[in-house]
Design a protein around this ligand. Structure first.
Ligand code: SAM
Length: 190
């Protein structure tokens, strides 16, 4: 019932590393068509389906149109790197804050590996800037990157801001050889 196979990457990561829990507020960046948001809605109990555990919240953002999903709020056709998007995100998140920032964002690939790599690293770095305004202390950020010369720079920037940073290569990503994720936990806050 997932909108896209990418759901299985997040399920695999979450089964192993427990990123999502009932009650958490999640920002899903690059959310279209919405499969990660579907997983997040289930795992944080955003619909309140299980009354015995806390109810979470899911906000998805994408440059593209995202069709509506029960339990999620979407900001469609918005660029995460745009300052007005940050204001919209802050106004929609409960108390303006997220426990978890997910990013499966990917720029349109040019096919030039090094250029695509750099574009994705810059996107992740702008997300790291945004996290200063919206991520709760001890929060988590999971972001996709394509391997290349600046992966280490991104990893180092994450290590400055988070106590625990690890690299994940999900089985479900194996066919996409350049793709990995950084899971950064325990945000130090400002
Ligand atoms: N995780 C999604 C799912 O499971 O349905 C799939 C995400 S897809 C691999 C990557 C998405 O990142 C694309 O929909 C693209 O439009 C989005 N994206 C790329 N750059 C973006 C930006 N600057 N702001 C917001 N979304 C962006």
């Amino acid at each position: 019932h997932y909108r896209c196979r990418s759901a299985f990457k997040l399920l695999e990561i979450d089964n192993k590393l427990r990123v999502l829990r009932p009650g958490l507020a999640v920002l899903d960046c690059g959310a279209a068509p919405g499969a990660w948001s579907q997983v997040a809605v289930e795992r944080v109990n955003a619909l309140g389906t299980d009354p015995a555990v806390p109810t979470g919240f899911v906000l998805g953002v994408d440059l593209l149109w995202i069709s509506p999903l029960q339990g999620a709020v979407f900001l469609s056709q918005m660029d995460i790197a745009d300052p007005s998007t940050l204001r919209a995100i802050q106004s929609l998140l409960p108390l303006g804050k997220a426990d978890v920032i997910l990013s499966d964002m990917a720029p349109n690939a040019t096919g030039i590996k090094e250029l695509d790599h750099q574009k994705l690293v810059s996107l992740c770095l702008s997300l790291l800037d945004i996290s200063q305004h919206i991520l709760k202390p001890k929060g988590t950020m999971l972001c996709k990157f394509w391997d290349g010369s600046e992966a280490r720079l991104l990893q180092n920037r994450l290590k400055e801001q988070f106590q625990d940073v690890r690299t994940i290569k999900p089985e479900a990503s194996r066919k996409d050889s350049a793709e990995s994720y950084y899971l950064a936990r325990l945000y130090r806050g400002k």
